[in-house]
Design a protein around this ligand. Sequence first.
Ligand code: FES
Length: 103
Amino acid sequence: MSRLHAGAAAALAPGTWKVVVANGVPIVVLNCEGTWYAFLDRCPHAAAPLSLGRLRGDELTCARHGWSFDVTTGASIPNNPAFGLKQFPVVVDGGELFIVLGP
Ligand code: FES
């Protein structure tokens, strides 16, 4: 399993996020109410960095044109499967966050 280390879980408080880069690809890892999620840092609309957006509860709003996404499912709001987030599983191992990139 290919995993990317994303730092200590305790360092990412609820409601905060950081960007890590895997092979030149930016990935947002985010703490939503105590659960960690990771997704490509590119808005499905016009590729703006989602890390510049605003998080309210589990809803992330893109800073560029205001599209919103449910970070727990990756679905756009309203849901349109063509515009979901590219998500990655997050594993907590020994208090450290790892983003699962592939098998
Ligand atoms: S680029 Fe995100 S809403 Fe347009």
